[in-house]
Structure formats: C-alpha cells, structure tokens
Design a protein around this ligand. Structure first.
Ligand code: MG
Length: 372
C-alpha cells in the first residue's frame, strides 16, 4: 500500500479507527461472560453462546472494561510523547509518558469522577481524563493496580528477556490487552515491539507478558501496512525469535497458527489454547480467531468465537477486535454492535488524534495533550 496516496491514507485511518473501535466492541461482547465457563455460557445464552451485545449485571448493554480504558490511555501517552518529541525535540520519554497516562487511568479507578481532591499534580492534565464515563471499575487487573503503585519506570536500554522488578512473576493479560496502540503510530514494527515490551514491565515483570504485548504491537503494525493476518503474525514471530526468552510466546502463537490451519472453528478448539488469563494465551486465542475467520465479511463470527469460551472473554474479545479492526478497518465492524458500544465517540476521536499526530505532528490546542 502506498502510505502517502489518498487511498493509502484513508485506508490507514480506517484501520487505526478499526483497531481501537474493534477492541472496544470485542471487550463489550465479552464483558458479561468474562467469568462464565463455556458450558455456563451455553446454558445461559443457548447452544451457540453469546450472539451479540448483552446487558451487564446492572442491565446496561455495550459497556467496555479496563481493557478499553487502558488502551485509550496508552494511546494518549503515545500521542503526548510524539507531540513532545516533534515540538520540543525531546524524544525518549515514551515509557515515562505512557506510565503517566496509566496513572491517569489509575485515578479513574480510585475516584468517582473528575475533578477530585488532590488532583493538581502536573500529570493530572489533558482532555481524556475529563471523560466521566471512564471513571468506572470494570474488574481491573490486580497487577495493573499494584504495579502502578510502585512508581517503577523501566529502563529501555536494558536487554530484553530479563524479568522486571515489578510483579516479577506476573504475565497476566493486562499487558497485551492495552498494547495495540504501540503498533499505531506509524513507526517500524521493531520500535513498537520494544516500546510495548518496556511499557508492559511498568506493571508486569515476567518477560512473556512483555513479549506478548510486543508481538501484538508488531502484528498491528504489519496489518496497518496492508499485510494479511497470517502474514502479519508470521512476521511478528520472526521478530520474536531473535530475543532471549521468547519461547513461551512463540509457542502460543505457533499453536494458534497450527489450530487455524485445521479449519472449522469451535469453542472447544479455542479452549485448547488456554483460558487467556495470561498474556500469551490471550494473544493466541485472539490470533486464532482472527486467522480462522479471516474475511472482511467474517468479523462478527470471529468476534463471537473470541468471547465464547471459559476464560477471560473480554480481554480475548478486545485483542481479537484490535486485530480484526486493524486488518479490515472500522467500515467492516458490525454496525449494530458499534452503535451500542460505550465511548464510541471518544474512542474514534483518540484514533483520529493518533493519526493526526503521526502524520502531521499538529499543534494541539492548549491543554489537550500536554508534554508530561
Ligand atoms: Mg477487562
């Protein structure tokens, strides 16, 4: 694809929107069944399981969870880092600015709404944190909450593959479910891969959690460039294999690729890849569903496949939606689900802002994306 042609730029924007909106749709589909077994889902919703957006326990349809919330803050942190580098010539602050963005997300988990007492720190700025709907606890991951409280900032000059000091043994899917935006800024796949890796270690120390996040970023980068899903996954696996300690993540992706080659998807096949509570399994389930139903006219069944299993349905749905949207663009997301997904307008705006920043390094209105 020609990245500077009208078609190229239009397609790219549709894919960036698709990545973030698709993630939100998948998250909302999986949210009501996150803690149900496959048998329990079938008992409650019929033999085919979830077939569309369902009300959550408060009766509200289309609510997203921490996966979409954190993904938006990842995007915000990256926009701010890019804008700072472009306007002030000060690069290299990405991990710090993404961490600051996650601290703004942490505020949304600890306060009912903005503004709040003690909310005058320099990093408590920007328009995203002013969105009242983001102030909602939707089963946030423990490692994300406790990891952010430690104040640790990963040092990106260290060698990849060593455990980080925060939640050292944890490889929960909280790393990968928030990391699609690292593939959306228009940089090369390895840069996004590395940045996602280091930002994962803000909260999770196990290298596999970080590699899964990096692999998702690399896959998304290749999808935006116009690769097929299969091609994007294989190129990410090629990148992975050069890094020490990649084996667990590579094995999970290999299992997903092999399973997709068997055709005829079922919920039982999804469950052979694991439950998705850990990062490499969540990525593998999402990749399998995107690979086995690869068509632009198969987005709905692929999303449903990604949530109808006994594991972490909202996270596998969110990651699968990231992949499908990055592959096919927002125009192929199921319209009736899209219109009922919480936060659609803000998610679309963040996607467009990412594109504007990446393509033009625009001068943002005061206070929208401060350089901190
Ligand atoms: Mg969630």
């Amino acid at each position: 694809m020609n990245g500077t042609s009208w078609e190229g730029r239009t397609g790219r924007r549709a894919r960036v929107r698709g990545c973030l909106l698709g993630g939100a749709v998948g998250d909302a589909l999986g949210n009501p069944v996150e803690f149900l077994s496959l048998a329990g889902i079938r008992r409650a919703h019929g033999e085919h399981g979830v077939q569309g957006l369902l009300p959550d326990e408060e009766g509200v349809v289309g609510r997203v969870t921490d996966d979409t919330q954190m993904t938006l803050f990842t995007a915000e942190g990256l926009i701010r880092a890019h804008a700072r580098a472009a306007s002030k010539g000060i690069g290299g602050a990405e991990t710090a600015l993404v961490r600051n963005a996650y601290l703004r997300w942490l505020d949304t988990q600890n306060h009912p709404a903005p503004p709040f007492a003690g909310g005058d720190s320099p990093i408590r700025t920007g328009w995203l944190r002013q969105q009242p709907w983001l102030y909602a606890r939707r089963a946030p991951g423990n490692a994300c909450l406790t990891g952010l409280a430690t104040g640790h900032l990963p040092e990106p000059t260290r060698r990849l593959g060593e455990p980080g000091p925060v939640n050292t043994g944890s490889k929960g899917c909280g790393t990968v479910m928030r990391s699609a935006p690292f593939g959306l800024l228009g940089q090369d796949a390895e840069s996004g891969f590395r940045l996602a890796y280091w930002c994962a270690q803000i909260t999770h120390g196990h290298p596999t959690g970080a590699y899964a996040a990096g692999a998702l970023a690399a896959i998304v980068t290749h999808l935006l460039e116009g690769d097929s899903t299969a091609g994007a996954v294989l190129r990410a696996m090629e990148l992975l294999r050069h890094h020490p300690g990649h084996e667990e993540t590579t094995a999970a992706l290999r299992a997903a690729v092999d399973l997709a080659a068997e055709g005829a998807p079922t919920g039982e096949k999804v469950e052979t890849l694991g439950a998705g509570w850990v990062a490499e399994e969540a990525l593998a389930i999402a990749v399998y569903c995107a690979l086995v139903l690869p068509g632009a006219d198969q987005v709905a069944p692929a999303l449903l496949l990604s949530v109808n299993h006994s594991g972490d349905s909202d996270s596998t749905g969110a990651i699968c939606g990231n992949l499908l949207g990055a592959r096919h663009g927002d125009v192929h997301l199921p319209p009736s689900w899209l219109v009922s997904t919480e936060g659609r307008a803000v998610i679309t705006e963040v996607a467009d802002d990412l594109c504007l920043e990446a393509e033009h390094a625009v001068a943002w209105p005061d206070g929208r994306y401060p350089a901190c």
